[in-house]
Write a protein that binds this ligand. Structure first.
Ligand SMILES: Cc1cc2nc3c(=O)[nH]c(=O)nc-3n(C[C@H](O)[C@H](O)[C@H](O)COP(=O)(O)O)c2cc1C
Length: 352
């Protein structure tokens, strides 16, 4: 694969020497055949220009098709092939799900249950997910599949749900704060303790620490070492204890998080389709690990097509070629979600 190695057309290369050689030898041939050669060359040139022209038109047509397709899917149909596929699989009867799909379905519903019970009940967030989760867990047990840690985690979220259902109060676990980490903590401890947190203390994060976290971000690998990141950093100066907020919708979190980092990628040098998103994800993880190592905690958040990129560009004066894939929100944690929700290594490894 070319992997992003472009060849510059303006650098003299073997082709240029070759054409000089050709023009010198053309002097030696007699006049009639020289004009015939010239006609041939100009004929080839015309064909080349026509080809280039047609090619450019097809390219423009493809770009327009992409834009039209995006517009139709997002503005008119409000449906994409990806959404359609996910919906179809989410609606599959449990008995038709294979073990992997059932596992993902349980984790998905447990995640949503975990978020639901962090609202006050009167916010009216759905009760459907916990019921779906209960049924899926019963199916898992009925089939005699292993009782992995994340199954326990899903069951614990249902316990939270029952308490929430009776009390109506958000089920947040402030007593389970992160262990006290500092930059010299063993990296493996940091890795095993990174966890998403959506509630923060009303404590600002010092600029020096933000800079340290960003510095750690710059050590992230990037495809072809492009280091294409531009991080737009918003510090929220009017802080209040987020555990008193009515909910954890993405909008609320962005408004209330002590620090929000919008991760954008300069997409001007990417011939690959997926590399920009991967580069954004990798620096996102690096930032979140660095935050954990500094005793902070936060939450990555999907940007991309879920976000109004135009509005974002306008708000922060972002150039058109920077695309915001991901956000990282963080601060000093006021709660800790349950960490023991991890896959078993045997369930995800296939030695080939
Ligand atoms: C690419 C990506 C996008 C995410 N988007 C959101 C989001 O929009 N809102 C949110 O609350 N959490 C979001 N998260 C956080 C996940 O919900 C969280 O990582 C997941 O539940 C696993 O929990 P953990 O981070 O504690 O391991 C996102 C995470 C990733 C990696």
């Amino acid at each position: 694969m070319n992997n992003g190695d472009f060849e510059r057309k303006d650098v003299p290369g073997p082709g240029t020497c070759h054409s000089i050689h050709n023009s010198q030898s053309a002097k030696d041939v007699d006049e009639p055949s020289a004009s015939w050669v010239r006609r041939m060359i100009s004929g080839f040139r015309i064909i080349k220009y026509i080809k280039q022209f047609v090619r450019r038109q097809i390219e423009n047509f493809c770009i327009s098709l992409n834009a039209i397709s995006f517009w139709l899917q997002h503005r008119i149909l409000k449906q994409t092939p990806e959404k359609k596929r996910a919906e179809k699989n989410l609606l599959l009867p449990l008995s038709e799900m294979d073990q992997d799909l059932l596992g993902m379905y349980i984790r998905w519903n447990a995640h949503h249950t975990e978020k639901t019970v962090r609202y006050k009940k009167n916010v009216g967030r759905g009760h459907a997910k916990p019921q779906l989760l209960r049924n899926a867990l019963d199916e898992w047990h009925r089939r005699g599949y292993p009782r992995r840690k994340w199954i326990e985690w899903a069951e614990e979220n249902l316990v939270d749900y029952q308490i929430w259902n009776q009390s109506g109060e958000p089920q947040i676990h402030p007593e389970k704060e992160l262990p006290a980490f500092h930059p010299a903590s063993p990296i493996i401890d940091v890795l095993f303790n990174r966890v998403s947190t959506r509630f923060w203390k009303a404590a600002p994060v010092k600029d020096k620490i933000i800079k340290e976290i960003v510095t750690a971000g710059t050590y992230a690998p990037s495809s072809c070492n492009r280091q294409p990141w531009k991080l737009y950093i918003r510090r929220n100066l009017e802080l209040e204890e987020t555990s008193r907020l009515p909910g954890v919708s993405n909008e609320t979190l962005i408004d209330r998080a002590p620090v929000v980092i919008y991760i954008t990628i300069d997409n001007r040098f990417y011939p690959e389709v997926w590399a920009p998103a991967l580069d954004a994800g990798i620096i996102g993880l690096q930032l979140s690990l660095a935050a954990t190592a500094n005793g902070l905690a936060g939450c990555l958040m999907y940007g991309a097509e879920n976000f109004d990129q135009e509005e974002f560009r306008r708000l922060y004066n972002v150039p058109k070629y920077q695309f915001m894939y991901l956000l990282f929100l963080f601060g000093y944690p006021a709660e800790r979600t349950l960490t023991e929700k991890r896959s078993h290594p045997d369930d995800i490894s296939i030695y080939v």
